[in-house]
Design a protein around this ligand. Sequence first.
Ligand code: NAP
Length: 491
Amino acid sequence: MSDMDVKREQLVVERVPKRLLIGGKWRPASGGREYEVEDPSTGRALCAVPDAGAEDAAVAMDAAAGAAAEWAATAPRERGEILRAAYELLVERQDDLALLMTLEMGKPVAESRGEILYAAEFFRWFAEEAVRIDGGWKTAPDGNGRIWIMRQPVGPALLITPWNFPTAMGTRKIGPAVAAGCTMIVKPAHQTPLSMLALAEIMGQAGLPDGVLNVLTTTRPGEVCGPLLRDGRLRKLSFTGSTQVGRALIEQSAANVLRTSMELGGNAPLIVCEDADLDKAVEGAAIAKMRNVGEACTSANRMYVHASLADAFTVRLAEKLGPMVVGRGSEPGVQVGPLIDAAGRDKVDDLVRDAVAGGARAVVGGAPLADRPGYFYPPTVLAEVPPDARLLKEEIFGPVAPIVTFEHDDQAIAMANDTVFGLVSYVFTENLRRAVRYAESLESGMVGLNKGMVSTPAAPFGGVKQSGLGREGGGVGIEEYLEVKYVALDI
Ligand code: NAP
């Protein structure tokens, strides 16, 4: 790396406000507590940010509750214009924001830039939705009364985001919350606070009033979120993260009967039928597996390939994934960055060892890269994976593609649905009748048909079963932040 590159990396980190944002003021955590943010490609500290506690959460709740009524009453067009301005700023600053994301999260800069643009699109989408919040008016069946239906902001919301898409998982919640007229407290994942702090600064520059968006960075999520969930002024929880934490948060939300949106874990099957176009299937599988180094809830976790194509598919996928360049995400030409931390890498290693011990064969990859600092795991293709391998049941969250063969569609559908998760499924087939059958039979909130990626702000994203509740994006995304009120009129 040249001196100029080193300087630029330091600059993008230096420029981020390393403070909590509460009521429009940047401030340290109570007691001045801080923690270090790590670069997963080196294991070294990038900088320190505030480590908020319960006292900070209480002040943030005051700020969000204090700003709620005035914000709910702002003109929808004004809220939309703020989102539009924030969209423009994200696009304008994509290079610096992408580098910042890569430094704290690890993914290659090109992918980080893709995420910044994807994240910005949620603001553009919800800028347009803010002015389309619907209501209704109709004559009651008896002909005398009238039924008037309006939608109002649900109220102050707690938004909890994961580290794997540090900006997009934020804008996918902040966008509709702003559009609907809700105030909010955002708690980003402890590994990736910088992208959220940079985003919060942009929201202020775009004209968001003080107190509408408050950000708490912390390593003590329970201590910060517990009191918020128990505070009667909070009306909404939107969470993206693991099913395990989501389940606990649903329980905690029961006390105040909060509206909840849950985007949880996945275990996506990718099915390659006997009539699939192999080029499309290999390309789609590579995207569904390698996007975000496999650290995505939508990542293809299990590949079911018709026995007649399995050998060719395996060889071609291995040829595609094997040569991908692994390294520091900020270096030119790198296609595969590090995993988020040592625990993430060790989990992937554990799952692969378990599969291999049960009879799986590593066609490429198969062991962590121990020759460098950071948490690197190479692209791995596993053939002949036994049906009881743990990685067919648990989220791998790494660049590992386990391949299992099938003979009949019924068998593929049964194996695909044999999971508590139901976020997304992928199917590759050139036969329309078969495509419809799979799309209707798969127990998931989304299906990629001859496509390895489904995410777009214009579509409802979300899961069934233990993958979640509610939808983000699309026409219904804003509904998560609106209450329906009905007024009965006797005229
Ligand atoms: P995680 O461990 O569940 O953490 C997610 C967020 O919850 C983080 O901000 C975390 O804070 C916070 N958290 C943890 N314990 C908490 C508690 N007791 N109270 C309140 N907040 C708490 O998940 P992750 O490892 O960051 O993210 C990976 C998971 O997210 C995967 O399972 C993935 O499938 C899922 N995901 C789902 C979607 C979707 O749309 N369905 C999208 C992306 C990711 P700390 O960082 O401080 O622990």
